[in-house]
Design a protein around this ligand. Structure first.
Ligand SMILES: Cc1ncc(COP(=O)(O)O)c(C=O)c1O
Length: 414
């Protein structure tokens, strides 16, 4: 066996994709299947929802832009456009922001993990999390640790975050906290304004020089993975950014941005890591380090994709069309969320505050058996069990379920 021992026995298939495959095969054989496994927005006929203007923009990219290399960090126009897209309402953050093109939000996460933690150290995220956070950490010789996401009344557990950050800073001298918000995968939860304020107070108090005194202070980085930010509830999707202002200069702020969900172009593999660095010298250093990492992993991104997404962001008519088409998708998704909320509470399902987003997570103490029993009935959800606590849950991808099937889905869950 020539494969290095640490990589022997690694699973080849993502369990979500295997469940999806089974659901699709049974459906092709004529069974009435509800497939709530896959993390892409489908229309009510089960077809991938694609914003027509984004598909057109992709086709209009000249051949030379597909064929030629992009600059390693991404084209300057793209880098400016993503910063403006996320931060134009927050001048203090925008003025000191640098960005780097990545293959989707996944690439942005990889760059953050490699550049803001030492090998062997652990990222810190919520106890319910998107499984690839773990894969990305392992693949980069880092680890993953969690804090309890919810307190006893279903609130975001800031005390647990605070204790975990303190522990990590004492042990590692630095911490990289990853929060997927708004519209968290897999729970659908979005932090309220009060919860964001409490998170920011906690991080501000923890940030500081690590002087080896074990006082729970140290180099602190916050990465907000905003993959689903345009698909949350009715609130302004960028409202959370205002809460982050006090962290500028003390906590390293990072954002993982992706065109996968924003423009329903998952296969285009376009994303960005945005870093807010007030000190100009440090900013240049961060920019160079990120660019170096790009060169050392994927070299450079899909040039045609960067050109297409830049146009979606900056061409006024195209950007307006994209916004209108996305609004139609979000209203379809919100109708599903409302239908789910309308039925699920009265059937006794336990799940977090849920106002929008691709997914919701229903707590279940026997998640594996429950998901298997649902599969027999033709209803597919993704079971998950927390290693640390043994808590179980079922991830339900409402993004993939037609409104007319939600009653059957809730029935199976109940
Ligand atoms: C929480 C979360 N972050 C990031 C991503 C990144 O996706 P992509 O690499 O396609 O941009 C996803 C995709 O499913 C996700 O669920």
């Amino acid at each position: 066996m020539h494969l290095i021992p640490a990589h022997q026995g690694r699973p080849s298939d993502d369990p979500i994709f295997s469940l999806h495959r089974e659901a699709t095969q049974r459906s092709a054989r004529g069974e009435a299947i509800v497939n709530a496994t896959i993390g892409a927005l489908l229309d009510d006929d089960g077809k991938l929802a694609i914003m027509p203007s984004t598909a057109r923009a992709v086709h209009e990219v000249p051949a030379v832009d597909w064929a030629s290399y992009a600059p390693i960090a991404g084209t300057p126009e793209f880098l400016r456009a993503v910063v403006d897209d996320l931060l134009s309402g927050e001048p203090a953050l925008r003025e000191c922001a640098v960005s780097i093109a990545t293959p989707g939000g996944s690439g942005a996460l990889r760059l953050a993990i490699n550049n803001f933690l030492e090998p062997g150290q652990a990222i810190l995220t919520t106890s319910w999390y998107w499984a690839p956070y773990h894969t990305l950490s392992e693949e980069s010789e880092r680890r993953l640790e969690t804090f309890d996401m919810f307190g006893p009344s279903g609130e975001f557990d800031v005390a647990s975050l605070d204790a975990a950050v303190g522990r990590q800073l004492a042990a590692q001298g630095r911490a990289l906290v990853i929060l997927n918000d708004p519209a968290h995968n897999p729970t659908g939860f979005s932090l309220s304004d009060d919860e964001w304020r409490a998170v920011v107070d906690c991080l501000a108090a923890r940030a500081g020089e690590n002087e080896g005194k074990g006082d729970g202070k140290g180099e602190l980085t916050l990465l907000v993975d905003c993959a689903y930010f345009l698909y949350g509830g009715a609130r302004d999707p960028r409202a959370f950014l205002a809460h982050l202002r006090p962290l500028l200069g003390t906590v390293q702020l990072l954002f993982a941005w992706t065109a996968s969900k924003t423009f329903t172009q998952y296969g285009l593999r376009v994303g960005a890591l945005i870093a807010c660095v007030p000190d100009p010298k440090e900013r240049t250093m961060v920019e160079s380090a990120l660019s170096y990492s790009c060169r050392g992993t994927w070299s450079n991104c899909n040039h045609g994709g960067l050109v297409a997404v830049t146009r979606m962001l900056v061409d006024p008519a195209l950007a307006r069309a994209c916004t209108a088409e996305r609004a139609a998708l979000t209203s379809q998704l919100r109708a599903r969320v409302a239908a789910f909320n309308g039925l699920a509470r009265s059937r006794g399902l336990r799940y977090p505050r849920y106002e929008g987003g691709f997914f919701v997570t229903v707590f279940n103490d026997d998640a594996m058996a429950k998901a298997a029993a649902m599969r027999v009935k033709g209803v597919f959800v993704v079971p998950q069990v927390q290693k640390k606590t043994g808590l179980g849950a079922l991830r339900v991808a409402l993004c993939a379920v037609a409104e007319r099937d939600i009653a059957r889905l809730v029935d199976a869950l109940a």
